[in-house]
Structures are given as structure tokens and as C-alpha cells.
Design a protein. Structure first.
Length: 135
């Protein structure tokens, strides 16, 4: 009986605590997601026009749909999937960069250089590398 009461009491403390951890901050600041991508989305830091935002959003949606097709294709080996996703990423990025003005492209290049410099200075801070495919 004591064990049951102790269990109920501990659950009564844990459940509200876990619910409060899932809530966004009260000040409205965004919640940082751990392990999401390598350097974030450099396009979000640019002063994009509404038209540019719409174009980039369309490109990203198309890219996601193509990636889903690649990932669900059971005829491909994991290595082939990885290569196709890598090519898709490069293609999508090139198309998105074509939407930017020369000044915005310069900002993207500076951001990329800063990120690479930071990774070289502190390799421990760099994101986890992609796993090597096992034959």
C-alpha cells in the first residue's frame, strides 16, 4: 500500500513537470531545436521580399516531396539514397540562390564563411557528421 501511494505521489509531481517542459517559453521566444540541421537556414536571416519568400517556400516544399520519394524508394540502396539526397540538396540550394539579389548572395556567402571558420576553430561544436554507410 505504501509503495502504491509513493508511486502515485511521484507521478503527481512528474506529470506537471513534464507538461511544463513541453510548453513554449512565456516570453514568446522561439524554442531551439537540438540537432536540427548543420547551420540552420541562411535564407531566414535575409531581408526577403514577399515574392522571394513565396518562391523559396515553394522550392523547399518541392524539395521535401522529392526527398520523400527518394526515401521511400526501396529499390535504392542506402548509398544511392544518400547520393540522390545530396544531389537534390545542391540542386535546390542553387535554385533558391537564384532567387536572391547579389547583396543577399553576399550575405549568404559571409554567413557560410563565418560558419565554416567557427567549425574549424572548434570542431567539438560542429554538428554530428552524417553516418558512413555500411556495405
Amino acid at each position: 500500500m505504501k509503495i502504491t501511494l509513493a508511486l502515485i505521489a511521484s507521478l503527481a509531481l512528474v506529470i506537471p513537470l513534464s507538461a511544463s517542459l513541453a510548453e513554449p517559453p512565456a516570453d514568446g521566444s522561439p524554442v531551439k531545436k537540438e540537432g536540427k540541421g548543420k547551420g540552420g537556414n541562411p535564407f531566414k536571416k535575409l531581408d526577403l521580399t514577399a515574392d522571394q519568400k513565396a518562391q523559396i517556400e515553394t522550392i523547399q516544399k518541392d524539395s521535401k516531396a522529392k526527398a520523400d520519394v527518394i526515401n521511400s524508394n526501396n529499390a535504392l540502396t542506402p548509398e544511392q539514397k544518400m547520393e540522390q539526397r545530396k544531389a537534390l540538396k545542391a540542386e535546390s540550394r542553387a535554385v533558391m540562390e537564384g532567387v536572391l539579389t547579389p547583396a543577399q548572395m553576399e550575405q549568404v556567402k559571409e554567413s557560410k564563411a563565418k560558419h565554416e571558420k567557427k567549425e574549424k576553430a572548434d570542431p567539438a561544436a560542429s554538428p554530428i557528421p552524417e553516418p558512413t554507410p555500411v556495405p
